[in-house]
Design a protein around this ligand. Structure first.
Ligand code: EPZ
Length: 417
């Protein structure tokens, strides 16, 4: 099992390119199920979750051809097996995103329930409720969702809470439904908008993506298209945090601050200087960051996927910060590991109080989920001495070549097996 060995105390400086967004690429890969024509994608990140999704789609009969460094050609004409097995789904919850497209294209689907994960129970009841509103006959038996629908019909759906993949599943299903579907309380995340833009380029009729009401006029079929995946705003925010705590000066390329207002605001409050260019963002850190309190919430508020990274930043900040996690019920597991490095954190339910310390000391720590592992990397970069992070398969799910990118910025980091 791979580990990451980091020797902290070096400011990050220089330039590095940001990869395509994992959470845009995953639903957009599933959009290939909606058409028999080729879908050509570029700026696809090389991540374990992407490989898992490609294996899942390949098993259903989707043809997959690599095209250059970050391109893919997906051919859904051979789709013949609308099944997502537990073995595949248990390793990646986002597999549930095949449910809506399979129902819309094949009229049937058999998809394993994802089950919980480290950060919470993460049910998919809203996905099911929305598809049932569109006329699907759905039974949940032996841990599988069995869904059938001769043809989905447009419906007005209001989800009980804002759900990103729930909105994406229903939007994809609605593209081929008969009539109009209105999704209210829709997720406004930029990745939902990127998916909508790809679907529109495939011939879908969608309006309102990026707002909390999305309208989809069903069409008979979708055609092929070419689409470039948007930059990964969470990867961007993660490197900005790493530069901020190490007193660094970094310029991130192939990305933008367009979808990071709430994160940039917090970094400015922490004392960083930020310069925004058309497709780059530069951060110059202060000698020591100021503590910044935050509360996670659906976009455009502060993203839950940046909470762990900012907890690491607050561990060495000047002052006391309060962090409130409102999206997931168990997303503070990085706190115990950060405390092994000398952090001063008190957890009270969904609140964490972080008192900045002058110095963290390197130690052996264990990654528990994707963003928790990013938090430990950030802490390791600023801790004195060596930090060894175990179970970094979590990290490889969402960060492309992280040790290469960090080394390019001057970090002393290596992958050890
Ligand atoms: C997406 O997960 C992201 N994953 C997550 O990123 C992200 O943390 C999350 O949105 C919130 O922004 C992908 O896009 C692949 P939700 P998702 O449905 O869609 C509850 C990462 O680190 N809920 O928006 O699964 C749910 O339990 C990952 O890249 C229901 O109760 O999250 C949660 O409390 C982690 N029933 C809240 O809603 C449902 O049917 C928001 O979940 C659906 C959701």
């Amino acid at each position: 099992m791979d580990k990451l060995l980091i020797t902290g105390g070096r400011p990050l400086s220089g330039e590095v390119a940001i990869s395509g967004a994992k959470n845009a690429a995953l639903p957009i890969l599933c959009a290939s199920l909606l058409t028999a024509e080729p879908l050509h994608l570029t700026n696809v990140p090389h991540l374990n979750d992407i490989s898992t999704m490609l294996r899942l789609l390949g098993g259903m009969g989707v043809g997959i051809t690599l095209d250059g460094a970050d391109g893919l050609l997906l051919d859904g004409s051979g789709l013949n097996n609308p099944v997502a097995s537990y073995e595949m789904v248990k390793t990646m919850r986002a597999s549930i995103l095949v449910l809506g497209p399979l129902l819309a294209r094949c009229g049937e689907a058999r998809v394993s329930l994802p089950g919980g994960c480290a950060i919470g129970a993460r049910p998919v009841d809203q996905h099911i409720k929305g598809l049932q509103a569109m006329g699907a006959d759905i039974r949940v038996e032996q841990g599988y969702v069995h869904a059938q629908a001769s043809r989905l019909k447009g419906a007005r759906i209001c989800t009980d809470m804002v759900t990103v993949t729930g909105t994406e599943n229903l939007m994809m299903a609605a593209c081929l439904a008969e009539g109009e579907t209105i999704i209210e309380n829709a997720a406004r995340e930029p990745e939902v908008v990127d998916l909508a833009n790809c679907l529109i380029s495939m011939g879908a009729r969608i309006s309102g993506a990026g707002t909390d009401v999305i309208r989809i006029q069903g069409v008979a079929r979708l055609h092929g298209a070419t689409h470039a995946i948007m930059p990964d705003r969470i990867e961007t925010g993660t490197y900005l945090c790493a530069a901020a705590v190490t007193g660094g000066d970094v310029r991130l390329l192939k990305t933008s601050a367009a979808y990071l207002d709430s994160v940039v605001d917090k970094l400015l409050d922490a004392g960083c200087e930020i310069t925004v260019e058309r497709d780059a963002i530069r951060l110059v850190a202060p000698p020591r960051v100021q503590a910044v309190s935050l509360r996670t919430a659906p976009y455009p508020a502060f993203p839950t996927d940046m909470q762990a990274q900012f907890m690491a930043l607050n561990c060495v900040a000047n002052g006391v910060a309060t962090i409130r996690e409102t999206i997931f019920e168990n997303r503070f597991m990085h706190a115990n590991e950060l405390m092994r490095l000398g952090a001063n954190i008190q957890i009270e339910g969904s609140n964490a109080v972080v008192r900045g310390v002058d110095r963290l000391e390197g130690a052996t720590v264990m990654a528990t989920d994707l963003r928790a592992s990013a938090s430990l990397v950030i802490a390791g970069l600023v801790a004195q001495g060596e930090t060894l992070i175990d179970r970094i398969y979590h990290l490889d799910r969402g960060y492309e070549r992280i040790e290469e990118k960090l080394a390019r910025l001057g970090a002393q980091v290596q992958r050890v097996t």
